[in-house]
Design a protein. Structure first.
Length: 209
């Protein structure tokens, strides 16, 4: 499967906004975006040029795509599915992205970034309703219970990450039990639950052309 191997900090600087792709580092003084709030590249300068309407639409789409850690073909497929669903296309798109297993694991505080949560899923450390699921894009449903596999709970690195995750804000559509390493899906994610400043209408405009 194709992966985005571009440096994470450069991607934040290119979009002009923090995408929180490197976990704890994004909240520290070491964050490259905080130290250099201008686009990367020798000729970019320290001022951002004014974007056209198309440029703003493209930038918003790229920002959302990178935030959730996807390539173009996969992200476009989510838009296609959202457009076929009943309701507002932009809200449907964000709801589908939030219900990805790797995102739900990250939002539950069991990983410091979506990249790390994707790795946990791929390595078989996550159970859904007691069964192992190793597909990061798996769509969770209301009532599903996410659980960290028993053998992985004793991992020293994971214990450190878990303590950091306890301090993060948990969205209202998830109920997390850190003592038992579980997270339950209470309801469908709503627009107010979405993390970051994403303008979904701009993304819909980009793909509607």
């Amino acid at each position: 499967m194709a992966r985005n191997l571009l440096p994470s900090c450069r991607q934040c600087r290119r979009t002009g906004e923090k995408l929180f792709m490197k976990g704890v580092r994004c909240y520290s003084e070491k964050c490259a975006f905080e130290r250099r709030k201008f686009a990367p590249g020798m000729q970019s300068g320290k001022r951002r040029s004014k974007l056209s309407d198309y440029g703003m639409q493209l930038n918003e789409k790229q920002k959302c795509k990178k935030m959730y850690g996807m390539m173009e073909a996969q992200f476009h497929r989510y838009y296609y599915i959202a457009n076929k669903m009943a309701g507002v296309t932009g809200h449907n798109l964000l709801r589908l992205l939030e219900k990805r297993l790797d995102n739900a694991l990250f939002r539950s505080g069991f990983a410091i970034s979506r990249t790390q949560s994707r790795q946990f899923v791929r390595h078989g450390h996550v159970l859904i309703n007691g069964k192992r699921v190793n597909i990061p894009s798996y769509q969770i449903k209301t009532g599903d219970v996410l659980e960290i596999k028993t053998t992985f709970r004793q991992n020293e690195n994971f214990k450190v990450l878990l303590e950091a995750g306890k301090s993060r804000e948990i969205p209202g559509w998830l109920q997390v039990d850190f003592e038992n390493y579980k997270s339950k899906v209470l309801r469908e994610p709503e627009r107010a639950d979405i993390q970051g400043t994403i303008n979904e209408n701009t993304i819909v405009e980009f793909y509607s052309k």
